[in-house]
Ligand binder design. Structure first.
Ligand SMILES: [Zn+2]
Ligand SMILES: [Zn+2]
Length: 447
């Protein structure tokens, strides 16, 4: 009864990464070295230029590259079943691999909703033949995500669901939320929460503030999020249950989570690259590629999210990768659907705007990007000997233009489309197998 991750059958990798800069923040590793991956496992770490390549081993000359533990994204919309014109398991996991992710969790707000064990099983089967990186599936908290009747948490757990969430929608009723937490404790599945009070957010299309006032469009106030987070932290404390707050967008939310953590509440939380890097100023032009829920907020909110990632109040950077078709996003701003893609740009965007200018340390960003599975009981990837090889190789100096060569994702609604970013994932090894190799990055010499 534990979260299952599925992926297509693979050939375990045997690769010697020679003279990379190895960073594994949890292991205190930060310096040049060799990394030998043998039959899909991290077999040895050594001083630069010292490890021997066994027979049949690919040798990657990685001078100038950084090797990190692979990233884990607990918040991805793969759009299947039902909306495969936006994304599917194959394209979504290809996008993940291209972004350096070695594992992802998919959201259940599909059509139909993933709210019973048989849908979980059928998704796991498809992932078992199509997924490029190990993929887990979350299931809904309530039947049809209607917020009325709880799903069968124990059956979902037995079927291998990775967690429970009604993402896309809040759980309106405090009573239902309380019951969900009681069952969650029994089934051992973490509940991830999309927090908004619909009586405050209804009709809004962007952050309620000076920009929405100027544009004359309906806003979503930041308290729409924070009042629900406060409620659910109180309920989690009362029921001694575990919650995970998705896509934190507001300073008030960060402050509530800080206080709850200090009081011992079992709460974890995520920040998205777009909330870390953009504000409602980006919506002035009514660009639908900047429309998402929760919305981009003020500079003060953004600074609080950055500080939360730095301090660890926000545990992980998660993309909320939300693909939509060109036709959908080309509608007028107020009609366009919510959400942006982000798997392929997450690390590079955060690196460019927060690490390069010295606002966040590289090690902190790597730690927050690898920690995404932990709230759901998944192991955090590590470059330690004996661990499965979950590694991404990144050229921190490489500049590239987002979307210039297209996307691995089926959709192109990236919040950073057209921007020049610094830092390019060259290779991703996920669950012991090569999942991605950048076009220019040829297969190394094979011994
Ligand atoms: Zn959401
Ligand atoms: Zn989402």
């Amino acid at each position: 009864m534990s979260a299952a991750l599925d992926r297509a059958p693979v050939e375990p990798a045997t690769v010697l990464v020679r003279e990379a800069h190895l960073i594994d923040p949890r292991a205190g590793l930060d310096g040049p070295g060799d990394l030998l991956i043998r039959d899909g496992q991290i077999a040895a770490l050594g001083e630069p230029g010292t490890l021997e390549a066994p027979e049949g081993c690919e040798v990657v000359e990685a001078q100038g590259l950084h090797a990190f533990p692979g990233f884990v994204d607990p918040h991805v919309h793969l759009r299947t079943p039902g909306q495969e014109y936006k994304e599917d398991i194959e394209t979504g996991t290809r996008a993940a691999a291209a972004g350096g992710f070695c594992a992802i969790l998919a959201m259940p707000n599909t059509s139909p909703v993933v709210d019973n064990a048989s849908i979980v099983q059928s998704l796991r089967e498809v992932a078992g033949s199509r997924a490029r990186v190990p993929t887990g599936f979350t299931a809904a908290v309530t039947v049809g995500q209607r917020g009325e009747q709880l799903t069968e948490a124990a059956e979902l757990a037995a079927a291998g669901a990775a967690g429970l969430t009604d993402d896309g929608l809040p759980i309106r009723s405090a009573g239902i939320m309380r019951q969900a937490l009681q069952y969650q404790r029994l089934a051992g599945l973490t509940i991830a929460l999309h927090e908004e009070d619909p009586t405050l957010s209804a009709g809004g299309v962007m952050h309620e503030g000076e920009v929405s006032a100027l544009l004359g469009v309906a806003g979503i106030p930041s308290v729409s999020e924070s009042v629900m987070v406060a409620r659910d932290c109180d309920l989690a404390a009362y029921e001694d249950a575990r919650i995970h707050v998705q896509h934190v967008s507001a300073r008030t939310t960060v402050e509530i989570i800080e206080r709850a953590k200090a009081a011992g509440v079992k709460v974890t939380a995520e920040a998205t690259p777009h909330h870390l890097l953009l504000t409602h100023e980006a919506v002035r032009t009514l660009d639908s590629h900047k429309k998402m829920n929760p919305p981009l907020r003020s500079e003060d909110d953004r600074q609080a999210i950055i500080a939360g990632v730095r301090s660890g109040a926000l545990d992980t950077i998660a993309t909320d990768h939300a693909p939509h078709s060109r036709e959908e996003k080309e509608q007028p701003f107020e009609d366009a659907p919510l959400g942006v893609t982000g798997l392929e740009t997450a690390f590079a965007a955060v690196h460019t705007d927060l690490v390069v200018p010295g606002i966040l340390e590289l090690g902190v960003v790597v730690e927050r990007m690898t920690a995404g599975g932990e709230p759901f009981g998944l192991h955090v990837p590590s470059l330690a000997e004996g661990r499965p090889a979950d590694v991404c190789l990144v050229d921190l100096g490489a500049e590239w233009q987002v979307g210039e060569a297209g996307y691995e994702s089926r959709s192109a609604n990236c919040a950073f489309h057209g921007r020049t970013l610094t830092g390019r994932v060259r290779m991703t090894i996920a669950g012991g197998a090569v999942a991605f190799r950048e076009r220019s990055f040829a297969i190394g010499a094979v011994r």
